[in-house]
Design a protein around this ligand. Sequence first.
Ligand code: SAH
Length: 346
Amino acid sequence: MIDLKSMTQEEITRFLRDLGEPAFRGEQVFTWLHKGVRSFDEMSNLSKALREKLKAQCTITVPTAARKQISRLDGTIKYLWRLSDGNCIETVLMQYRHGNTVCISSQVGCRMGCAFCASTVAGKVRDLTAGEMLDQVLFTQLDAGREISNIVLMGIGEPLDNRENVLRFLELVNHPDGLHIGMRHISLSTCGVVPGIDWLADLGLQITLSVSLHAPDSETRSKIMPVNRAYDVEELFAACHRYFKKTGRRISFEYAMIDGVNDHDWQADLIAKKLKGMPGHVNMIPLNDVVESPFKPSRRIGAFQKRLESHGITATVRRSLGGDIDASCGQLRRKAMEEKGGCAPT
Ligand code: SAH
C-alpha cells in the first residue's frame, strides 16, 4: 500500500497523473491529508470513482492515542501514540507564552545509548516515516484543539540517524498547503552525529540546531554518551564552528546537569574556551531521574550558570514542564512497555 502522507505534493500529483487525473488533484489530496482526514471518503471534492481507486492502492496513517496525560501543574499534554504496526511513540505538547510547542519523536526507540536517557534503554526498533512525524503534529493539534506554532525534534530517537525522512518531514510541515510552519519555528536536536551536522549545514535551512553536549571533555562525554567514541567532542566542536560559519545561525547547546559528573567549574571554563568565536547558548536541563540510570540531578545549577556567564556565555535553565506526567521523552513508553498490552508491535 502506498503511504501518500509521506509524499511531497509534487509526488502525489505525479502519482495521480499516472492514474489519469488532472494536476490540481494533487493539491486537493495533499491539502486533505494535511488537515488530518482519516479516510478517503472525507475528501469530498474527489469523485467517488477516484476515492475507490485510492482506497484500493493507498493508506492514510492514523495514530491512536494509547495514553494521554495532562499535567495539572502547567497544562502540558503527553501522548503515547500507537502507530499502524502497533509500535508506540511519545509526543509532548507544551504551552509557552509565545505559543504552543510540540515535541515529536523521530524513531521508535533509539540506538545512541546515552547513559541517562530512557528512550534508548531497549534500543532502536525502526525509523519513523515522514508521515508518522507529521501525524504527531496533526493529531496532537486536532486532539488538543490548540494551534501549534513551534516544533522541536527532541522526542524519542536521533533525528540525524533518520536524515532523509526528517528532511522530507520538514518540507511537508513547511508547505503552504499544509501546516505551513516556518523553518525558524522548528528546532532539531542531535546527540552529536558529526556528518549529520555537516549535511544540515549544507542544506542551509533556517531551523535551529540544538546539540546535546552534556560534557565538554572527552573522558566524561564518552562515559555518558557512546556517540562520543565515534565522533569525539573535539570533532563535534569543530563541526559546530563549521555550521555557524556556513549558516550564521546560533547553536543551542543542551546540558543535562548531573551531580558530580559534568557540573564542575572547570567544565564550564572548558565550554567557554571551546565556544570562542561562536555565539553559543547553553541550555541547562535539570536532570530527570530515570529509574534505570545511576545518575542524580546536580545541586550546582546556579553556580555553573554563573560560571558560564562570567565568560560571557548565555546560559539559561530550562523550565521543567509536565513534571507530574513522565513528560521527559521515553519515560511513558518505557512504562507502557513493561505493562501488559504495552508497546510491542502487533
Ligand atoms: N537524540 C537527540 C534528541 C532527543 S533527546 C539528542 O540527543 O539531542 C532530547 C534531549 O533530552 C537531549 O538533550 C537529551 O540528552 C536530553 N535528555 C535525555 N534524557 C534526559 C534526562 N534523564 N534528563 C535530562 N535530559 C535528558
